[in-house]
Design a protein around this ligand. Structure first.
Ligand SMILES: [Zn+2]
Length: 83
């Protein structure tokens, strides 16, 4: 009888452990999905694209370097164009 009740206690403990483990996996998966959803909030296509005056590469206007009426993909190209 004693060994039987101990067995039930162990079973409950195991079920609790499995429950916590499943909960942990779900939580991990949930946060991973949240991070994935964060990325497409700023789609590159929706941004205003500008062309680098030095190399001709298209870059988002927010990431472009603007100087003397022209856009550049990098600060380096902005300096190269001025020299
Ligand atoms: Zn460039």
């Amino acid at each position: 009888m004693v060994s039987f009740s101990t067995g039930v206690g162990t079973m409950r403990f195991l079920i609790l452990l499995i429950g916590i483990f499943i909960f942990y996996l779900l939580l991990k998966n949930y946060f991973r999905n949240l991070q994935r959803q964060d990325r497409p909030i700023r789609p590159p296509a929706a941004e205003n694209m500008v062309r680098c005056a030095q190399c001709g590469v298209n870059v988002p206007q927010t990431e472009a370097f603007f100087s003397r009426g022209e856009y550049f993909c990098s600060d380096e190209h902005r300096k190269q164009h001025q020299h």
